[in-house]
Design a protein around this ligand. Structure first.
Ligand SMILES: [Zn+2]
Length: 298
């Protein structure tokens, strides 16, 4: 049973908007995006677990000021599993304790991160009054990944071992009880929700590229006819109402402190819709408060 779904990666979504709207360079998001892709693939894979498990995805916890992130935590009858998902692609090498590729000779050892996570979780669990053994796994789930190594490490699960790993988990016969559920709910309640804005570089409304972006190819919608936008680049069609509301949502995510006014949205849309149309659509979804220049929608 899933106790906590993976939280939406708001920082990644906003970063993508900032790349498309020319505030950030394209290479800003690749590693984040790849990581999230791998996590989603892992979540899909874990849907094949039986119900004898409590699963929490994307936990961010803290123990005495040290924060630690757990990609997936699984509570079983007599132990807890930590899965760290890696979407590495290509050839990697592991010699002694060093991880490297042909282009990067000094990679962070992902096993060290996992040990830190395990140590901090163990401390937290003891403080909560639980003393379960913890098993940790580094899950490599990109089929294009290969690790050249002369040693075996039971903590590492390779793409070709994923099915067998799941089979072993699923042979678990013991049912969980209310104590397990209590722990799962306690951990979910301790999950820290970080503001997505703290790690983003500063940006302003003025510097950002305006315009209604196509939902598919993300180029700017230029023409509207009969209440429908047709993308000049990919041919995607979207009603004016849907396109505007989708782009207002984007505006709100990028500028949570900025008021929604007809004037701002008129500019945000790149002047492609009339103020009258914008007002009509906004009034259908928001409440207008105030008068004259101070009026805005909430
Ligand atoms: Zn398009």
């Amino acid at each position: 049973m899933i106790i906590q779904q993976r939280p939406e990666p708001l920082e990644l979504i906003i970063s993508c908007f900032l790349v498309e709207r020319l505030v950030l360079p394209e290479n800003h998001i690749t590693s984040n995006e790849k990581g999230y892709e791998g996590e989603l693939r892992s979540d899909k894979w874990l849907e094949n677990l039986t119900d004898n498990w409590l699963v929490l995805h994307g936990l961010l916890l803290e123990n005495h000021g040290s924060r630690f992130q757990i990609d997936t935590l699984i509570i079983a009858h007599e132990k807890i599993y930590i899965l760290d998902v890696k979407n590495y692609e290509g050839d990697y090498y592991l010699e002694d304790d060093k991880w490297f590729t042909k282009t990067n000779s000094n990679l962070k050892n992902p096993l060290h991160q996992l040990i830190r996570c395990e140590t901090l979780l163990r401390k937290l669990l003891l403080e909560l009054g639980y003393n379960y053994p913890i098993e940790t796994y580094l899950i490599f789930n990109n089929p294009e990944f290969h690790l050249y190594t002369t040693t075996t490490n039971p903590s590492i699960v390779f793409p070709a071992q994923l099915n067998r790993f799941l089979k072993i988990l699923n042979t678990h016969p013991l049912k969980l009880n209310s104590k397990h559920l209590k722990l799962a709910n306690q951990l979910a309640s301790l999950h820290i929700v970080e503001s997505p804005y703290t790690r983003l570089p500063p940006y302003t409304f003025e510097q950002i590229k305006k315009g209604l972006l196509c939902p598919d190819c993300r180029t700017v919608f230029l023409e509207v006819g009969n209440g429908i936008f047709i993308c000049g680049h990919c041919g995607c069609r979207e009603s004016v109402d849907a396109a505007l509301m989708r782009n207002v949502k984007e505006y709100r995510m990028l500028f949570p402190d900025r008021k929604i006014t007809t004037k701002h949205i008129f500019e945000w849309c790149g002047y492609v819709l009339s103020k009258k149309t914008i007002r009509r659509i906004l009034l259908m979804h928001y409440r207008l408060i105030g008068h004259g220049v101070s009026s805005h929608y909430i």
